[in-house]
Design a protein around this ligand. Structure first.
Ligand SMILES: Cc1cc2nc3c(=O)[nH]c(=O)nc-3n(C[C@H](O)[C@H](O)[C@H](O)COP(=O)(O)O)c2cc1C
Length: 302
């Protein structure tokens, strides 16, 4: 039998794009529990069944393993913080979010795209997880877009679409946060560091513009999800950055690869890039990516 590298296996599993859910339940003593899960699958319509896979390592495992009821909340694209909370926070994960109980007492998270209230239909041990199959007793859904997850990072269909849409509407700049070996490719200028970027034209979508730009610079790289879209409504301009992963450390004329650990101390050409890079570094260190859509009128961070 070939030996399997578990790290490589995790990465391979993680290349499957999914949505993100929070699975909740209540213990016999009334303690609310919940964890972030992307192992959700719809199973059957008649009877209505779904599946999630809680890990044996969850601190709340005993509750999920014996629960008669549970609920699945499908997170919306503006609920990354909730995903992060239910993946890592200690203490009461429900403290700072809006929720209500379903008829079984399981927490339903407000603002999610859909929720399913379930009674446990079967529970099958499977290695280091269980297959928890729920029969749907009640559900609700709405028109919001769901949060996406792939390769250890979140993505947002809404933001991908917006980035493409803006190139046809406004003057803009598209660029990349280009990573190789825990380093990011930065360009030094007299005003400070900046990211490799190029002006868009209205004829060409933003991802294609980045692709052509990086190809022309001789970079061997894969373009990932949009990391930020910033709309300057007054100036009718926009800036979009993609996450890009390079296949080698060759930087061409674009600058130099700088250690992620050193980036927080650098001066960037603008406060927008500075704060985006600070966020990038802290998310990289915490291993979770959030998304940012902002504009200079509202300063919205979704
Ligand atoms: C996007 C994402 C998907 C996850 N999917 C699952 C999953 O399907 N099953 C699971 O047991 N843990 C999953 N986790 C990890 C758990 O959310 C995490 O281990 C758990 O919240 C830890 O809770 P604890 O500190 O109470 O043990 C996922 C985490 C993230 C960020």
């Amino acid at each position: 039998m070939t030996t399997i590298d578990t790290r490589e296996l995790r990465n391979a599993f993680g290349s499957f794009m999914t949505g993100v859910t929070v699975v909740t339940a209540i213990s016999e003593s009334g303690e609310k529990v919940g964890f972030t899960a992307n192992s959700f699958t719809s199973v059957s319509v008649e009877p209505p069944l779904l599946l999630v896979c809680p890990s044996n390592n969850l601190s709340s495992f005993d509750i999920f393993n014996t629960c008669k009821h549970f609920a699945v909340n499908i997170l919306a694209e503006d609920q990354k913080d909730i995903s992060n909370t239910f993946a890592s926070a200690k203490g009461d994960r429900f403290e700072n979010i809006n929720w209500h109980s379903d008829e079984n007492g399981c927490p339903i998270i407000e603002g999610s795209v859909a929720h399913f209230s379930c009674s446990t239909y079967s529970n099958i041990p499977a290695g280091d997880h269980i297959l928890l199959v729920g029969q749907v007793n009640g559900f609700a859904t709405n028109e919001k877009l769901g949060l996406g997850y792939a390769k250890g990072g979140y993505f947002s269909l809404g933001m991908e679409r917006r980035a493409e849409e803006l190139t046809h509407l406004l003057e803009g700049v598209v660029g990349g946060i280009i990573e190789f070996d825990n380093k990011v490719l930065l360009t030094a200028t007299e005003q400070g560091y900046t990211l490799p970027q190029i002006a868009t034209s209205t004829e060409q979508g933003s991802q294609k513009t980045v692709r052509k730009f990086l190809d022309a610079q001789g970079l061997d790289c894969e373009i990932g999800p949009v990391y930020s879209v910033y709309e300057n409504l007054k100036a009718q301009k926009f800036t979009t950055y993609y996450r890009v992963s390079a296949n080698n450390g060759l930087a061409g004329e674009l600058g130099e690869y700088i250690d992620i650990d050193k980036i927080a101390d650098l001066d960037f050409v603008s406060s927008d890039i500075q704060s985006m890079m600070q966020r990038f570094v802290s998310e990289k260190q915490n291993g979770a990516f959030r998304l940012y859509v902002g504009d200079n009128e509202t300063g919205n961070i979704h």
